[in-house]
Design a protein around this ligand. Structure first.
Ligand SMILES: Cc1cc2nc3c(=O)[nH]c(=O)nc-3n(C[C@H](O)[C@H](O)[C@H](O)COP(=O)(O)O)c2cc1C
Length: 193
């Protein structure tokens, strides 16, 4: 059974994103995986300072939640990035969290073209919600996920749930009126089947 770490990059406490995560976690746990959700609202992770004090193997000098999350990243088989769509991409909290991967990089004497260091090899997935539901709604978010996490860091994509049309934040969460909770539950259940 797999160890799944879900990074919740914001959203309302009982909002669309939280509900999408819950459905995914229910499915994953039902088939015996362990699944832990870490909220970046409750656990603040700031963006990288670029000071390079961390190179290589030393903890980041910033005193926030990231250093406590590092062992969980290392233990995880799959890291799930969950976020509401904010200004057509992932939340700034998710972006800040990914920047801090800089301090878990290891030296690579023979890196592939375009990468300069080694990262832990993990599976990854993306869970997102949005108000709009155009064919291009998640384009920037998906591009960033694929470019930064899959192509650059080298994570293995296990898939994504892009829940468009969940209502804006002026009103109540509407995800329960879509079929995305069911889709996320099935996705969680079938992640490794
Ligand atoms: C700051 C902010 C920016 C947003 N930007 C977009 C956007 O670019 N496109 C979109 O479709 N919805 C946008 N939304 C709507 C949310 O993505 C959507 O309502 C989401 O499901 C809210 O998640 P939550 O219920 O987990 O808080 C935005 C909401 C906020 C608060």
């Amino acid at each position: 059974m797999k160890n799944i770490l879900i990074i919740q990059g914001g959203g309302r406490a009982k909002g669309n994103t939280a509900q999408l995560i819950n459905a995914f976690v229910t499915g994953a746990k039902e088939v015996g995986h362990s699944a832990e959700v870490i909220s970046l609202i409750k656990n603040e992770v700031k963006g990288c300072l670029g000071c390079n004090a961390c190179r290589y193997g030393k903890p980041c000098i910033q005193k926030d939640a990231f250093n406590e999350i590092v062992p969980k990243i290392k233990n995880a088989d799959c890291i799930v990035f969950a976020s509401p769509l904010y200004f057509w991409t992932v939340s700034s909290r998710i972006k800040a969290f990914i920047e801090r991967f800089y301090c878990i990089a290891e030296k690579d004497s023979n890196p592939p073209v375009g990468r300069y260091e080694k990262y832990p090899i993990k599976d990854c997935a993306l869970l997102m919600t949005s108000a709009d539901n155009f064919f291009w709604t998640f384009e920037q978010a998906v591009f960033y996920y694929q470019f930064a996490l899959v192509n650059y860091i080298g994570f293995k994509d296990k898939g994504m749930i892009l829940a468009g049309g969940c209502g804006d934040t002026n009103g109540k969460p509407q995800i329960d009126k879509t079929d995305y909770l069911e889709k996320a539950y099935i996705f969680g259940k079938n992640l490794y089947s």
